[in-house]
Design a protein around this ligand. Sequence first.
Ligand code: PMV
Length: 320
Amino acid sequence: MQVSAVAHPNVALIKYWGKRKAAGNLPAAGSLSLTLGHLSTRTEVRIDGGLEQDTLSLNGSASERDLPRLRDCLAPLRERAGNASPVAVESANDFPTGAGLASSASGMAALALAAANALGVAEDGELVGRAAMAGSGSAPRSLFGGIVLLSIDESGEWRCGSLLAPDEWPLKVAVAVTETAAKAVDSRAAMELTRRTSPFYSAWLEGQDADLEEARRAVEQRDFDRLAELSEHNCLKMHATVLGARPAVVYFNSATVECIHRVRGMARAGVPVFFTMDAGPQVKAVCLPDALDEVAEALRSAPGVRQVLTGGLGAGARIT
Ligand code: PMV
């Protein structure tokens, strides 16, 4: 049985940073993201009882390192299907992998969807979400298109879905790629270090529900200025919390900082744009459609920027 799926990475405006439970990989708080239609992961899953063990090829090379995460994702699906046969997985990204462009989110969403279909358990959407989350806490968001909310209640019950479809508020995103090598500290390890050692971690968590609720309202009202202010605040607060870890994790490089200043300069001059960064040095500038060319040009000419990838919001993960 062989199934392929495509998923897009997503960029969080209200971030997930820190887990509630290591088991099941449950985030400590909810998050809100944009699904990026111009970047894609394609993953093929083949169930093969003849294999001795699971295999993973990532961008054409065998990857041992990501096998544990792959198995975490497959575990709930295998259990439901009552089928533990080994799988051969081939996954490829059309953008830099492991460099803070959320390749784990699109990778795990595509894997969960393809494997659920190959194992015949895809009709249970909640199960597919749980499998994606077991692989990466941001991956359930890539199962959905447009602007996506992942909410978690006190008891740890969570749900994920689109707040707006891509055409209901056609925001644009320019991704300034400032580094193409994989990051030095992966987000799972950095989150755990932050939780254990950053004096700012509890304050970070305390603010999350309020930021999320305000962002949800800004999205519903299509209030760009409010979403812009809140997203930059949430992003810088996350990075401040990570900078407070011991040893500190510094994801920014000099081009990251230059891009932040350029985006702030444009916003001060009245251009509808704001920035956000995840666990890596890339800067994602979110803007209204008419501003995209100007924003992309300003980032492209910043020293240290290697390329600028522009596009709009995309659809959720799907079988191809
Ligand atoms: O899902 P992970 O383990 O790749 O962590 C994602 C962390 C951030 O990208 C920094 C924030 C987020 O909500 O996507």
